[in-house]
Ligand binder design. Structure first.
Ligand SMILES: NC(=O)c1ccc[n+]([C@@H]2O[C@H](COP(=O)([O-])OP(=O)(O)OC[C@H]3O[C@@H](n4cnc5c(N)ncnc54)[C@H](OP(=O)(O)O)[C@@H]3O)[C@@H](O)[C@H]2O)c1
Length: 280
């Protein structure tokens, strides 16, 4: 694949989902330093107060970036039209035009784990299963459609990042919903990439990263072998900080040499010995 220009060099409109905490918050803070002045960063999640606090941090560190907060719930798929026009409205309300930007980027980082206290055969609550896929698959697809309805010009540089997990490849006990959701998302993006070759598609697994999500799994996964994998990684100092993980992602975007819709992994390399020891 031909080498392309560093993705951070273009004046961009960037939306990051799940930006209220964890990897998404860190991505917002670290990406803001990299993009040119007057780029726009849209912070999206449910917790508006937490998003506002990220915006305050950004104002102090990167005053030349325009930071917008858009509260939403990615699980609201039964709300007719909920996802339509989100980005058109953001542009209009803030007196911006899509022509102001050389690049549009959407980072699908929002994610939940699902019923990790249960095994696959204990999943009997239709609402909970449906809700999982609403947040992690259907809502993500609808948001993606909304974004590219706004940024529809194929001559514009367009990038979408699907934050995935090694769990899309490794059948991990207690992560039934998570593994299947992440695997489905990857196939969705491979199809998108086949249909829309002008969109750069990165499918990126950030590694085992010290966030609420990981700590929840370490404490509450119903699978003893999987908890041993995580405990092994923790004891051996193999869990990344969000800052380290996002720095690795930045290198991938700066190099911009990834093959469209290939799974770029930061987890399996480190976790494989632990998976082999405890899960296989
Ligand atoms: N941490 C890891 O080790 C690891 C490993 C591999 C992949 N990942 C992936 O990395 C991404 C971020 O994970 P993380 O560890 O940073 O998780 P986290 O700390 O639990 O953060 C999850 C983010 O998603 C948002 N979110 C959850 N439900 C939402 C909903 N219904 N609508 C909108 N936003 C919602 C949360 O914000 P609100 O609560 O404010 O809505 C929060 O900002 C996820 O896709 C995860 O699967 C993480």
């Amino acid at each position: 694949m031909e080498k392309r220009e560093n993705i951070f060099l273009k004046k961009s409109f960037v939306a990051i989902t799940g930006a209220s905490r964890g990897i998404g918050r860190c991505m917002a803070l670290q990406f803001a330093v990299k993009f040119p002045p007057n780029s726009v960063l849209v912070l999206m999640a449910r917790n508006e107060e937490a998003l506002e606090s990220v915006r305050t941090e950004l104002k102090a560190t990167t005053p030349n970036i325009i930071v917008l907060v858009r509260q939403y719930d990615q699980g609201k798929t039964d709300d007719e039209g909920y996802f339509n026009g989100i980005f058109d409205s953001l542009l209009t309300e803030n007196k911006l035009s899509k022509d102001d930007f050389e690049q549009a980027m959407l980072v699908h980082n929002c994610g939940t784990i699902g019923d990790k206290e249960k095994t696959a055969l204990q999943l009997c609550d239709a609402d909970r299963v449906r809700s999982y896929f609403d947040i992690n698959l259907s809502g993500m697809i609808l948001l993606n459609t909304s974004f590219f309805a706004t940024f529809c010009d194929p001559t514009l540089s367009r990038v979408v990042i699907n934050i995935t997990s090694g769990a899309s490849k490794v059948p991990t006990p207690s992560l039934h919903l998570y593994c299947s959701g992440k695997a489905a998302r990857e196939m969705f993006f491979r199809v998108l990439s086949a249909e829309e070759p002008s969109i750069r598609v990165l499918i990126y697994a950030p590694g085992a990263v010290d966030t609420d999500m990981l700590r929840d799994l370490e404490g509450n996964s119903s699978s003893t072998p999987f908890r041993k994998v995580l405990n092994g990684l923790r004891q051996d100092g193999e869990i990344l900080t969000p800052e380290e993980s996002v720095a690795n992602l930045e290198r991938v975007l700066e190099d911009n040499a990834f093959k469209n819709a290939d799974h770029v992994d930061n987890y399996l390399l480190t976790a494989k010995p632990y998976i082999d020891k405890f899960l296989n």
